[in-house]
Design a protein around this ligand. Structure first.
Ligand code: HEM
Length: 479
């Protein structure tokens, strides 16, 4: 296996393809005769479209406006970086699924994520990725994840037990801790109980830092000791230590489990017979820590938020849970009797997709939706925009879980809803996440009714994931 440093040394091709012409007038030098460019808002000299794309929470409104004004493929430029905002399910399907080989993940976002995740499943590519995906896949098999139900319900029950009637708390923070605990216990076979607070705090620093780097055009690389970089390196050091301890502990204990960590540790390379080295194991474990908890926590937080704002939906959910479970604990077998609970989560992920933007780049000049797209152009596939597209969703801003009832779902375009991406790079944890969210939401609804704290506005913040800025403050009441 190539050394970690060599593997990380690859710069995103998008940065190599900068061309002075694109900075000045935004036209790709390779435009073939007769080819059409996608519509574009008027650019500012040099800067391009930073203003039209907005920043912070206003970005969410701005990208919807871009689709409204310019259509389903909008050409944008951020300084010298050429991009297209994609709002059409057909194009999303082409890029992620039917023509997926023509697009890769060598984008600015992946490059920033690699600072934290190295070359784990989310950030690797090609044959190397495929090999890692095949090794990990069995850990997410339906039968395998069914055995996790009990731990998920345990974690939910213990979280509920910490709340006190009438005492406001940050529900987003609670969901983050809960989902971190679930991935650690089920996939990595470690309780992280002693380290939970340390891991949580270090992950917060790291996530905030990646977000900052993705959004900044100019940044100083981590080894330069700025205040931010020092905090980042410190947090990374903490996470590295804990992850390597988890691996070491498993080796020392000699206990063989059949979880994801064991699969990763036992696999040998077909050609060399070598096992994965510690650096690669670390990247995979870190990926699971990160990809496997924040997204699910966001899905749960947005579900709680929308339920609190929609008493009718909340009543229907509680009625379903009461009918299916009464006072007993939820089990894997109960999932089928909780279809509305699942629809609530799916609808919450329509309105607030945790992965609100998915990036790809074409490996060669290409055409999408009848428009020319030069190679290495940054394609921003946005579940946020597609999930609110008025051609596909009636009353797109309304919260209505019945959209996901089987008869309504049958009328959907395959890619008008893609919170987990699609094609070969479809989220490996999608069933795991849905099952966890369904069990957690049902368990919470049995015990508590959560109200929003008046006066504390909830603002969606589009970072790498879509999370409630400053947390989600709620007051528990007995239902
Ligand atoms: C509601 C929860 C979740 C959402 C919305 C979500 C979303 C996504 C999306 C959109 C992708 C594709 C990214 C791309 O194409 O560039 C992805 C990939 C991935 N997700 Fe998730 N995810 C969730 C939960 C999980 C969980 C629970 C795990 C693991 C326990 C997980 C692990 C991964 C991994 C490893 C990948 C990379 C897969 C690959 O490229 O082969 N995710 N996720």
């Amino acid at each position: 296996m190539a050394s970690r440093r060599a593997r990380l040394a690859r710069l995103p091709d998008e940065l190599r393809s900068l061309d002075p012409g694109t900075w000045l007038w935004g036209r790709p030098p390779s435009l073939p005769p007769g080819a059409r460019l996608a519509p574009s808002p008027p650019p500012l000299p040099l800067l391009g479209h930073f203003h039209a794309f907005g920043r912070g929470p206003e970005r969410l409104r701005k990208v919807l406006t871009l689709r409204e004004r310019y259509g389903d493929l909008v050409r944008l430029r951020f300084g010298g970086i050429q991009a297209h905002l994609v709002a059409s399910p057909e194009i999303v399907q082409e890029v992620l699924h039917t023509r997926n080989r023509e697009f890769d993940k060598h984008t600015r976002g992946t490059y920033k994520l690699r600072l934290v995740l190295g070359l784990g499943l989310l950030t690797s590519e090609g044959r190397f990725w495929l090999r890692q995906r095949r090794i990990s896949q069995p850990a997410f098999h339906r039968k395998k994840i069914a055995s996790f139900a009990d731990r998920m319900v345990n974690a939910a029950e213990e979280t509920c037990a910490e709340w006190r009637e009438g005492e406001a708390f940050d529900a987003h923070e609670a969901m983050m801790r809960l989902t971190l605990r679930v991935v650690s216990e089920t996939l990595l076979g470690t309780a992280v109980t002693n380290d939970a607070a340390t891991v949580g705090a270090a992950l917060d620093v790291v996530i905030a830092d990646v977000n900052r780097r993705v959004n900044q055009l100019v940044e100083l690389p981590p080894p330069i000791p700025t205040r931010h970089n020092r905090r980042f390196m410190e947090a990374m050091g903490t996470l590295d230590r804990i992850v390597l301890e988890i691996i070491e502990e498993r080796r020392r204990s000699g206990i063989e489990r059949d979880d994801l960590l064991q699969m990763l540790m036992d696999t040998r390379d077909a050609e060399t017979g070598e096992r994965m080295d510690d650096a690669q194991l670390r990247d995979e474990v870190m990926t699971i820590f990160l990809a496997g908890h924040e997204t699910t926590a966001n899905a749960l937080s947005w579900s709680l938020y929308l339920l609190a704002k929609s008493p009718e939906v909340a009543r229907k959910l509680r009625a379903e849970v009461r009918g299916a479970l009464g006072d007993r604990r939820a089990t894997f077998e109960d999932l089928r009797a909780l279809p509305y609970t699942r629809q609530v989560i799916e609808e919450a992920m329509r309105l607030y997709p945790p992965a609100w933007m998915i990036a790809r780049a074409p490996v060669a000049d290409t055409e999408l939706g009848g428009y020319f797209v030069p190679k290495r152009n940054l394609l921003l596939l946005s579940p946020w925009v597609v999930h609110r597209h008025p051609d596909y969703w009636r009353d797109p801003e309304g919260f209505d879980p019945d959209r996901f009832a089987p008869e309504a779902r049958a009328t959907h375009h395959r890619f008008q809803y893609f919170p987990f991406g699609g094609g070969p790079r479809l989220c490996i944890g999608n069933n795991f996440a849905l099952m966890e969210a369904q069990l957690v939401l049902a368990t919470l609804a049995q015990r508590w009714h959560l109200e929003l704290v008046p006066g504390r506005d909830v603002v969606a913040e589009p970072l790498v994931t879509l999370r409630p800025r400053g947390g989600l403050w709620m007051t528990p009441r007995r239902p």
